[in-house]
Structures are given as C-alpha cells and as structure tokens.
Design a protein around this ligand. Structure first.
Ligand code: HEM
Length: 418
C-alpha cells in the first residue's frame, strides 16, 4: 500500500468518526502515518472525551498486559454519539469487558472451560453440519449477498446452540446483535437514535434471557445459559444485572466479529486471486490462512483503557485518569512486527497479530472463532469454483466494529462431496 503521508497533519487526522468508516473502511493510511510520526497521539473529537490513540503493536501489548495500571471499567471504548450528552454516560451493562481484576477473573472462570481448545473441538461436527447446510442451500444459485446468505448464519447458529436458544428465536438474536453493535447505522435503527436503538435491543435481550434463566434454574441443562444462571460469585448467586450482561456479551461478541472476519476473508481472497488459488491447491495452509484472515480483517477496531497512575508510553507522559484507545487493526499492520505488512499472505508465519487482544481480556471465544473460520474456509475452498464481487460492499457506520453489512457476489458452488 502506498501511504500518502503528506496529506495528513495532526489536525486533520480522522480515525474515530463512524461516517469515515462507513464511507472509506479502515483508515490505514492515517494509522500508518501515526505509527511513524505520532504513535501516542492526543486525539480530540466532537461529542466524545479526548483520548490517546495507540497505534503500535508493542504499545498495545504492553498496555494490555498491565490490567491494574490500565483498567477497563472506566471507559470501555471511545464511543462517538451523534450528539453530545452532558451527563456522564453509565454503561447499561456490567460484563467481563468492563470489569477489572480480581473480579474479572472470578467471572471469567465461570464459563472459560467451555471455550478451551478441547471443549471447542467437540463442537466441530455441529459447525461442519451447519456450514454444509448453509452452503447446500446456495448450490445452483449464481448470485447472493455473502453476508446475509453465508457469513452471518454460521456464528449465529453456533452461539445460539451454545446458549441453548431455540431455532425459532435465532432471527431475534440476529436483530439484537445488529442493533447493539450497529445502533449508529441507519439500516439498523428502529424509529430512534443510536442510544434508543441500543437500549431497546438490550432490554428485549434482557427480558428474553430473564425468562430463560427462570427455566434453567428450575431445570438446569448443559448449555451456557444454565451454567451462568446457576453460578455463584463471592459465595452467592450472580447478581441479575451482571448475569443478563453476561448473555448480552456472549451473544454480541461471538456474532458480529466472526461474521466480519468471514466476509472480509473472502473479499481478501477475491482481491488476491493468487492467494485464493494457493489455498485451494494446498488445504494444509488452512490454519495460517485463518490467522491471516483474522489479522487482515481485524474486526474489532478498538477498546480503551484508563491509566490509574501517572505513567509514560514511548516517553510520552500519560496522566492518571486519561484514556488510551487501542487500535488493533493498526497494530496488525505494524511494519516493525509484520514483514510486508500490507501483503495478504495465506502462509504467513509467524503471525503474532493482536486481533483477539492480549493479556487479561484476551478474547474468550478465540478458539471458537478460529474453529468456525477453519470449517467455513475449508468447505468454501473445497466447493467454491469461483467467486467475484457483484456490486459495491456496504460497510457498517461504526468506529468500534469494522462491519460489512452487504457483499454481493457472483459465484458457483459445487455440491458437497458425500
Ligand atoms: C474473529 C472473531 C473475534 C474477534 C476478532 C474477537 C476480538 C476480541 C477482542 C479484541 C477482545 C478484547 C480483548 C482485549 O481487550 O485484550 C475480545 C474479547 C472477548 N471476546 Fe472475542 N472476538 C472474536 C470472536 C469471539 C467469539 C466467537 C466469542 C464467543 C462467545 C467471543 C467472546 C469474547 C468475550 C466473552 C470477550 C471478553 C473477554 C474478557 O474480557 O475477558 N469473541 N474479543
């Protein structure tokens, strides 16, 4: 990628405006400029409190590995509302991502054994079955919206199964995810502002899981809803607000992210046809290809930490109470860590990307996401005879998750080998 650095100056850098993401995708040229000239950059933007933009891989690693010096609970992300609110925003949820040690660890261990590599492997036959079913429906067709017809279906089915949500309610889960993550996008707003859309979806999801919790307390099953519903923290039952927030996190975190990695992965393969052919010819590359897809797409744009004491990063003084916004996709193009960082290379090794974060809050679902992507891409590579873009990609209006809402493709799929 050619970076036209001359066009930037600290006063015109836009790395946080959601419209910018909807229109242009990730601001890679801006991030490259910052990595080189202002890796710890003070950013002021309308309607949100100022923050330090952290764009280098080493700095994100260092900050994430010190969860007492850099905490999550004060500010989870740089949220950019359409209008300034004078009130201090109070997050309407309390889950792993906005908890700090030691409480964070107590909550995380409640479900972590369901996400170990071994536990996740047990889901493989089911993920394979769901993926085959999704692809079988498209045999004979020549055009589709890859997001609606393929990439959104599989993560949704997997998380719904894990939570024990019956099939007839999956559409609702899909809508809530879109509205929680994409409440700032007109396509997902329902008669209200970003805040109202988010709140409405959150309340519906809370009500839905309240009913499920009541059933699971009476009749526990093996699903994650039961485990959380019947768990104890600090010697007592988990408080209701934290419990419902746990479900909100699991539904939302596992859906949109994997969907966008899947979509962005196919886009990258279409745009790099030699890598497409290479992976099709050599399926043993599937694991490195999945890592590269996750690095390349980096579906989570940012999370934020707040310094608890005065400190320094790269010689820059950071005061207690100031927040630092960690831009994962920038770290994943860091020229100091990745050779030829703007090349999409399905055989890339090593690939120490931080798309799943690192340290205390490292993505709980990383093993699951990797397995889903492995299954999807294995089947796609076996069955996809060709694929090309069939119209413009539509991106989500969000500076939190780099979503692709629609990706029309022309394609040909072979029937599954029995
Ligand atoms: C490609 C897909 C995914 C990406 C890129 C992704 C990315 C991330 C990132 C960046 C974090 C924060 C890490 C940090 O602060 O250091 C995170 C946390 C988390 N993710 Fe994922 N994620 C993905 C899939 C999933 C899936 C499938 C689940 C399953 C439910 C999941 C559940 C979670 C949870 C529960 C957390 C909070 C962990 C904590 O705070 O301890 N994620 N993820």
């Amino acid at each position: 990628m050619q970076t036209q650095e001359h066009q930037f100056s600290p006063s015109n850098i836009n790395i946080i405006g959601p419209d910018h993401y909807a229109k242009n995708g990730y601001p890679h040229a801006e991030w490259a400029y910052l990595r080189r000239h202002k890796p710890v950059f003070w950013c002021e933007w309308p309607h949100t409190d100022p923050f330090w933009a952290i764009t280098k891989h080493a700095d994100i690693v260092q900050i994430s590995k010190q969860p007492k010096l850099f905490i999550n609970s004060k500010r989870l992300l740089v949220f950019v509302p359409d209008q300034r609110s004078d009130e201090e925003p109070v997050p309407p949820f309390r889950h792993l991502l906005n908890m700090d040690p030691p409480e964070h660890g107590d909550y995380r261990t409640i479900v972590s054994r369901r996400f170990t590599p071994r536990a996740v492997r047990e889901l493989q036959p089911e993920i394979e079955r769901v993926t085959r079913e999704v692809l079988d429906k498209l045999v004979g067709r020549t055009e589709c919206d890859f997001v609606i017809d393929i990439s959104s279906k599989i993560p949704l089915a997997v998380i719904a199964e894990l939570l024990g949500v019956p099939h007839q309610d999956w559409d609702r889960l899909f809508r809530w995810t879109n509205q929680v993550i994409g409440g700032g996008d007109p396509e997902f707003q329902e008669g209200g502002s970003q805040d109202e859309t988010f709140d409405q979806a959150r309340m519906e999801l809370f009500n839905y899981f309240t009913e499920m919790v009541n059933k699971r307390i009476k009749n526990p099953t093996n699903d994650i809803t039961s485990i959380v519903a019947n768990s104890t923290v600090n010697g007592g039952p988990m408080p209701q607000f934290e419990m419902l927030s746990y479900y909100l996190l699991l539904v939302v975190a596992g859906n949109e992210t994997t969907r966008n990695a899947t979509t962005g992965g196919l886009q990258a393969l279409i745009e790099n046809p030699e890598q497409f052919r290479r992976l099709q010819k050599d399926p043993s590359l599937i694991k490195t290809a999945v890592e590269e897809i996750v690095r390349w797409t980096s579906p989570v744009i940012q999370f934020t930490r707040t310094a608890t004491e005065d400190t320094e990063i790269r010689g820059q003084k950071i005061r207690a109470g100031e927040s630092l916004c960690l831009f994962y996709p920038s770290a994943n193009r860091d020229e100091e860590v990745f050779e030829d960082s703007f090349k999409f290379d399905v055989g890339r090794t090593p690939n120490p990307h931080v798309a799943f974060g690192i340290g205390e809050h490292f993505c709980l679902g990383a093993n699951l996401a990797r397995l889903e992507l492995e299954v999807i891409y294995r089947q796609l590579m076996e069955r996809l005879e060709y694929a090309e873009l069939n119209g413009p990609i539509e991106r989500l209006r969000s500076s939190f998750v780099g979503g692709i809402k629609h990706m029309p493709i022309k394609f040909k799929l072979k029937p599954a080998v029995q």
